[in-house]
Design a protein around this ligand. Structure first.
Ligand SMILES: Cc1cc2nc3c(=O)[nH]c(=O)nc-3n(C[C@H](O)[C@H](O)[C@H](O)COP(=O)(O)OP(=O)(O)OC[C@H]3O[C@@H](n4cnc5c(N)ncnc54)[C@H](O)[C@@H]3O)c2cc1C
Length: 414
């Protein structure tokens, strides 16, 4: 099958690139090895950042500044006013709250961030402040960073492009024919049930497989060392919790970032995903210790919140990015080009539109002779959309009482 482009990976990056190229008239397919969004996208908090984190750290340079436009770009897509049309993506919230730990460095961090941001935080009056944030003494701000439900986002793009999205068995049913490192002539696929074979001959290959890019680059004769992973241990709480989306700031750091999911699978409970510094530091601790730390942190940043009956769980996940010299987060989107292969990392879900523009401009116009005809792949297996990490059967839950009665623990993870 002759194609303009084959994309590997159906997370935020691959799906947005697929939409962009398909609308431009490219003959393009996307290959997914697991479930769509598995890895980072489904595990993410879904915040369409406008640069708060960069601004707090004084890093609002030119490339980081591209993120400041993202809330407006996504808003237009969510309203169906630009491509991709994301009107079936669930908006969890139109804004995030910001509140801070009461100290001087925190005040300065917040002030610096306000000077650098395009979408400015607005101070809330006492009446406008949600109950859950009323017990602290600091001012609460509202910041126009939307929060989307990542599962509905992945599903939205899948439904629009399912005819172009194929499930593959990357371990046993994938082989490349290359002329030289990165110069791909053909991709040989065997369907996951072993019943069919397909040979794709693309002009371009895009690797947008998150941490899977490492292995794919190796198969294409390209360096695996050009990417890094940075782990997080995220905390999840479920129960009769208020719906809250926001960041508690301490100096240049986000002490915790809380987002809420109230989808049907939550059975009428609110599910809080808790990230920020708590999750960055949490990889050093075993699960129970991390959850005990989380309870202490939540009691400190949200005094007065009743945690009776709340259940706690955590999950570990790696952020996959292009390697940086100091191992820290790269600035903005990242791409690497070799032969006819582009490797792409968005660095942030929010930056998927910028990455798609960059990849599309490298690939250029569709070839006039290559027109899309999906009949050859119409009955090839399709992937599922991934479940949230807390919906997986292996998620272990602990009650607040159970963790409160655990002796003060500081166990490091094995
Ligand atoms: C806990 C957490 C919270 C986050 N919160 C936010 C946030 O609030 N806002 C924000 O902007 N960013 C956030 N991020 C960052 C954001 O999630 C990522 O930058 C973004 O989702 C990366 O998307 P991706 O498509 O590159 O990779 P992924 O989402 O990891 O998708 C990779 C896809 O490739 C597939 N795949 C893997 N190997 C292969 C292979 N060999 N062949 C084919 N397919 C393959 C996987 O199954 C998967 O579907 C967060 C990240 C984490 C980990």
């Amino acid at each position: 099958m002759q194609l303009d482009v084959v994309i590997f990976g159906g997370g935020a990056a691959g799906l947005w690139i697929l939409d962009r190229l398909a609308r431009q008239g490219h003959s393009v397919v996307l290959l997914e090895a697991g479930e769509l969004g598995a890895g980072q996208t489904i595990a993410s908090q879904g915040i369409i950042h406008g640069g708060l984190k960069y601004a707090l750290q004084g890093l609002m340079n030119r490339s980081a500044a591209s993120i400041s436009e993202m809330p407006l770009v996504w808003r237009a897509s969510l309203l169906g006013q630009r491509s991709p049309c994301l009107t079936n993506t669930r908006l969890r919230s139109g804004a995030c709250y910001l509140w801070r730990t009461e100290n001087w460095s925190s005040r300065l961090g917040m002030l610096g961030a306000r000077l650098a941001l395009q979408v400015q935080p607005e101070a809330l009056s006492a009446d406008e402040t949600p109950d859950v944030l009323r017990h602290g003494t600091s001012t609460v701000f509202r910041l126009g960073e939307q929060v989307i439900c990542p599962k509905s986002f992945v599903n939205d793009l899948y439904e629009q492009h399912s005819e172009r999205i194929l499930k593959i068995d990357a371990a046993h049913g994938l082989a490349f024919e290359i002329d030289s490192p990165g110069e791909t002539r053909a991709i040989r696929l065997q369907s996951p049930d072993g019943s069919r074979e397909l040979v794709l001959k693309p002009r371009h290959v895009v690797l947008a497989a998150g941490r899977g890019n490492r292995e794919l680059r190796g198969m294409l004769g390209l360096s695996r060392e050009t990417m890094q992973t940075r782990p997080l241990k995220m905390v999840v709480a479920r129960g009769s919790l208020p719906e809250l989306h926001g960041h508690c700031i301490d100096g240049a750091k986000t002490r915790v970032t809380i987002t809420s999911d109230c989808s049907e699978s939550a059975d009428g409970r609110t599910v809080w995903q808790i990230g920020g510094q708590l999750a960055e530091d949490g990889v050093a601790y075993d699960d129970e210790t991390q959850l005990t730390r989380a309870i202490a942190e939540i009691r400190d940043v949200l005094p007065g919140l009743d945690l009776t009956g709340v259940e706690w769980s955590c999950y570990r996940v790696d952020r996959a990015e292009k390697a940086t010299t100091d191992g820290q987060r790269p600035e903005g989107i990242q791409t690497l080009c070799a032969g006819n292969v582009t490797t792409a990392w968005p660095t942030k879900l929010a930056l998927a539109p910028v990455l798609a523009d960059e990849v599309a401009s490298r690939i250029g116009d569709p070839r006039e002779t290559a027109s899309w005809n999906g009949t050859e792949i119409a009955d090839w297996p399709r992937p599922e959309v991934s479940r949230f990490p807390w919906e997986l059967p292996e998620a272990r839950w602990f009650g607040t009482d159970e963790l409160d009665s655990t002796p003060s623990v500081t166990r490091r993870a094995a």
